[in-house]
Design a protein around this ligand. Structure first.
Ligand SMILES: O=P(O)(O)OC[C@@H](O)[C@@H](O)c1c[nH]c2ccccc12
Length: 261
């Protein structure tokens, strides 16, 4: 079994359990559930840096990235740096994140927040909304077309933006539908962890222009951004390159400054 299948199996168990502990009625009753959301897709359309900076403590491919900085400090640093939005990993078992991280980020900044999670159930969208997310991630590799449709349509009803992530042509063809706002090309293969920016380059021409294009993973230099921009990318999701430093906010600031020059 590959790692992605394992993550999804664990996630199914986790979500089924959580439904018993915190019922939907309780999520919907939280004050934060009523908060007006902010669109990341719009922020990216109007930005020239396009950086979505991620909070990531560890990953299945790297056991320690950052165990030191608080999520609030990282969020404030990213916002001050001029990031368009922030991605917060909420998976605990494989990435060391939590929904509390999302809530703490929400309490610290105004910029759009993406709940970075393996979403397989509508319940997780309500959870995202109840913890201050503006955007949800849907991963084509773990969902059928019917599931992508149901989940993305519910997200739109909740006024959440949808970032749909693909890694190959087949996933892209399966996923295109009007209820998506952004199409993310993951340069990392989630089954093998291999990274190549060529994935973004090859798939870009197959993405219709009505979606905001986002290139995800393995971006560690401003040269990479300059290389990807001619392919129509407006968003760049960067985690490890910032999080592996002592001061993620400062490294994001330096990075963004050097794109604008
Ligand atoms: O740390 P990187 O290589 O800059 O990558 C960030 C982000 O793209 C990556 O964390 C990611 C992309 N898609 C995901 C899906 C699940 C978990 C994590 C991810």
């Amino acid at each position: 079994m590959n790692i992605l299948d394992k993550i999804v199996l664990d996630k199914r168990k986790e979500v089924d359990l959580k439904k018993f502990i915190i019922p939907v009625s309780q999520l919907e009753a939280s004050v934060i559930f009523q908060r007006p959301t902010v669109s990341l897709a719009n922020a990216l359309r109007n930005s020239n840096s396009g950086i979505i900076a991620e909070h990531k403590r560890r990953s299945p491919s790297k056991s320690v990235i950052n165990q030191k900085n608080s999520v609030a400090d990282v969020a404030v640093g990213y916002e001050k740096a001029g990031a368009c939005g922030m991605s917060v990993l909420t998976d605990g078992k494989y990435f060391g994140g939590s929904l509390d991280d999302l809530l703490l980020a929400r309490a610290s900044v105004q910029m759009p927040l993406l709940r970075k999670e393996f979403i397989i159930d509508e319940y997780q969208l309500l959870e995202a909304k109840a913890h201050g997310a503006d955007v949800i991630l849907l991963i084509a590799a773990i969902l059928t077309r019917a599931e992508i449709k149901t989940l993305s349509e519910l997200a739109k009803q909740l006024h959440l933006d949808v970032l749909l992530e693909v890694h190959d042509e087949e996933e892209l063809h399966k996923s295109i539908m009007p209820s998506l706002d952004m199409l993310g090309v993951n340069n990392r293969n989630l089954k093998t962890f291999e990274v190549s920016l060529d994935t973004s380059k090859t798939l870009s021409k197959l993405i219709p222009d009505d979606f905001v294009k986002v290139s995800e993973s393995g971006i560690s230099s401003t040269e990479a951004i300059q290389e990807l921009k001619p392919y129509g990318y407006k968003g760049f999701l960067i985690g490890e390159n910032f999080m592996k430093t002592d001061n993620p906010g400062l490294s994001a600031l330096q990075f963004i400054k050097s794109i604008k020059q």
